[in-house]
Design a protein around this ligand. Structure first.
Ligand code: SAM
Length: 294
């Protein structure tokens, strides 16, 4: 590891000593860790993880390796989906007794499709200070390099794994007038693209980010039908971790989701001319712009 790297950690630790109220008192730190290359470990994360009394981690064996790599020997506690309810209260009591704890997940930013919500919520209710050490999150990275509009976006997390509930979940995305970011596993990436094609049409732009910050990082912005073909042609590309970013529906520009619901309902009862007049009046848009909405 380059000396410069250690220098920056040392400086961070020194800076933190100058902020005793932020590190010396009961406190919950939500700490981001890399999603691929370890070079992305935030220096301040190393400093905080060294100084806290214990680290709550989703998978202690997995995080143990990360901590060992950075020479951090702070004790680890298991905090995951299955013990979250019982653990949150215990950890809050420990902090109320004066301990400083950190929360990390297997990769990226805790709480983003990862455990932690309950702990942060209970810590807030208990009046504890909660701070973050920012770092990578796959959703934000994918969005930032997608080439799709980012001024308004929604994060949809993981689609349900199967059945009608999965199909309805994708159908509901069509009502969203923002760029949508979602996570999907390698087993279901092809099925997700198929569902997106059904809902948005074959030419709809979708950005696929695979293995971000890792050796086999691949990113593509293409019509969804081309992405499907590309995956079908190259089985290697189906492996790893994926983020999908779906362009918002062009015709929904200028309409709030609630207005869109009205429009869809009225479409069945009014001829296009009348529908355009009513929509223009309600939305304040020009009549010719309104035709692009349906
Ligand atoms: N908390 C993490 C974050 O901030 O990104 C996400 C945790 S979630 C359990 C794991 C999912 O995030 C993966 O299944 C994948 O969809 C996405 N992901 C994580 N790392 C990734 C990477 N390096 N490249 C692409 N997607 C990634």
């Amino acid at each position: 590891m380059p000396a410069l790297y250690y220098l920056s950690i040392a400086q961070t630790e020194q800076n933190m000593k100058n902020l005793p109220d932020r590190v010396a008192t009961a406190h919950l730190w939500v700490v981001a860790t890399p999603i691929g290359t370890l070079d992305d470990m935030p220096p301040r994360a190393v400093a905080v993880l060294r100084q806290v009394d214990a680290i709550a981690a989703e998978d202690t064996r997995h995080s143990g390796r990360l901590l060992q790599h950075f020479g951090i020997d702070t004790p680890l506690l298991a905090y995951h989906d299955h013990n979250e309810q019982a653990q949150a209260g215990k950890l809050v009591r420990r902090m109320l007794a004066g301990e400083r704890l950190a929360l990390i997940s297997d990769a990226g930013t805790p709480l983003v499709s990862d455990p932690g919500y309950r702990l942060v919520a209970e810590a807030r209710v208990a009046g504890l200070t909660v701070s973050a050490v920012p770092g990578p999150s796959a959703a934000v990275l994918a969005l930032a390099i997608s080439g799709l509009p980012v001024e308004r976006f929604s994060f949809a997390g993981f689609p349900p794994a199967k059945g009608q509930v999965r199909q309805h979940w994708f159908e509901a995305l069509a009502n969203n007038d923002q760029t949508v970011v979602l996570y999907e596993s390698s087993h279901r990436i092809e099925s997700a693209l198929e569902a997106i094609e059904q809902v948005f049409g074959p030419e709809h732009p979708v950005f696929l980010a695979r293995e971000l910050t890792k050796l086999h990082e691949t990113t593509r912005l293409d019509p969804v039908t081309q992405l499907r073909q590309w995956l079908a042609d190259d089985p290697q590309q189906k492996k790893g971790e994926f983020v999908l970013v779906i362009a918002r529906k062009p015709q929904s520009v200028g309409l709030e989701p609630r207005d869109r619901q009205w429009l869809e309902a009225l479409k069945e009862h009014l001829p296009p001319g009348q529908l355009a007049r009513v929509t223009a009046r309600v939305t304040g848009m020009k009549k010719k712009e309104v035709y692009g909405l349906f």
